[in-house]
Design a protein around this ligand. Structure first.
Ligand SMILES: [Zn+2]
Length: 376
């Protein structure tokens, strides 16, 4: 464990865990949801507002930031925290996943991947070594290993070969990361939906030794049932005394199901992206604010929610500004969604600490199944 970075497990209830990750930039209460600040901003939100929703940590995307404005420039300007005015912890991904999903003309070898920027077509190279260097320049508190996730559908042989290369890259990431007190490096378990490959990957990572462990290769379109199938066993293969991070998850029900299976950290663009497309997540499921039923509805989105969108605005107003294409639409719905996601996390943390997680989960499921309030 790097000096200045530690994880304390406070309580478990079933497989669900609550605790705290301590970093020099502040504590991260777990289970934690990390809003995604792709290009140095959580879209439509001021950083102080993101903090007000209850977020302890943000995620930044290495791929986007290395292409624009560039990691060296961010470093010259004092690092990502200062650049984007967020002084709490930041986790950066390795760039690998987005290279595969966003860039053009990729060439993947044992050394790394060469690609052209989707922004301006310029040529770039990412490897375990360059990814560690870029994440260091950004000033990330939690750095992710550079790994590869095969495109689906893939055969078991392809998944195994890809996982083994990712484990060699994990060792190279560890070597390149070096000794950086107060900064953490997380390994990423791969292995698809095959328990033996997940086990092999967990063993390889544990032997190298990391400050935390991510469960990779999920939330890539396999569906909730397949994802939960892997989460039924994968977290248990990872060290109990280190944080476990499920990348790119998810909808509220995915998050709750992952925590029930022993996951401590998650990130997803869903609350902010959906906020910009008129979709609100609530205790009673999804509300599409663009629907005509809201046009004359003076009630708040959720009368029990304490976010600014629910405290001070009607469904009718939210409907109007969405239809009119006003910027405040994305701002208010993103705030509500991030607030609701953080309320879910806070609710789970308290329930796990008090040994009533199953009851909390049953309540959550009931609310989601109930559906939105009746139209006026
Ligand atoms: Zn709200």
């Amino acid at each position: 464990m790097s000096d200045g970075f530690s994880y304390e497990l406070h309580a478990t209830d079933g497989k669900a865990r609550t605790g705290v990750i301590r970093t020099p930039r502040g504590d991260i209460r777990t289970p934690a949801f990390m809003p995604v600040g792709t290009a140095g901003t959580v879209k439509a939100m001021m950083p102080e507002s993101v903090r007000e929703t209850g977020a302890d940590i943000l995620l930044g995307n290495t791929y986007h930031l290395m292409l624009r404005p560039g990691a060296e420039r961010v470093a010259r300007l004092g690092g990502l925290h200062r650049f984007m005015n967020w002084d709490r912890p930041i986790l950066t991904d390795s760039g690998g996943f987005q290279v595969m999903s966003l860039s053009d003309l990729r060439k993947l070898t044992e050394e790394g991947v060469t690609f052209r920027s989707h922004v301006d077509g310029s040529k770039h190279h990412l490897s375990p070594e360059t990814s560690m260097e870029i994440q260091r320049l950004l000033g990330s508190d939690i750095v992710m290993c550079f790994d590869e996730c095969p495109a689906l559908p893939a055969t078991e042989e392809q998944v195994a070969a890809s996982m083994r290369m990712s484990m060699r890259w994990a060792q190279r990431s560890r070597d390149a990361f070096g000794d950086r007190p107060g900064h953490a490096l997380f390994g990423i378990q791969q292995g698809g939906v095959t328990p033996a490959l997940r086990e092999e990957s967990a063993r390889a990572l544990t032997e190298i030794g990391f400050d935390g462990y991510a469960i990779g290769g999920l939330a890539v379109g396999e569906g909730q049932e397949a994802m939960f199938g892997v989460l039924d066993y994968a977290p248990g293969m990872l060290p109990v005394d280190k944080p476990r991070y499920l990348m790119g998850v998810g909808k509220p029900a995915d998050i709750v199901g992952a925590v029930a299976r022993g996951v401590d950290m998650m990130d997803c663009v869903l609350p902010s992206r959906s906020g910009r497309t008129g979709q609100a997540f609530t205790r009673r499921g999804v509300v599409n604010i663009k629907n005509a039923r809201h046009a004359d509805d003076a009630r708040p989105l959720d009368e029990a929610c304490t976010c600014p969108a629910c405290r001070s605005y009607s469904r009718a107003y939210l409907h109007h500004v969405f239809r009119a294409g006003e910027m405040i639409s994305g701002m208010l719905l993103t705030w509500h969604n991030l607030h609701y996601f953080q309320q879910i996390m806070a609710g789970m943390r308290a329930a796990i600490a008090e040994g009533r997680f199953a009851d909390w989960q049953a309540d959550f499921d009931r609310g989601q199944a109930q559906g939105d309030i009746d139209p006026i």
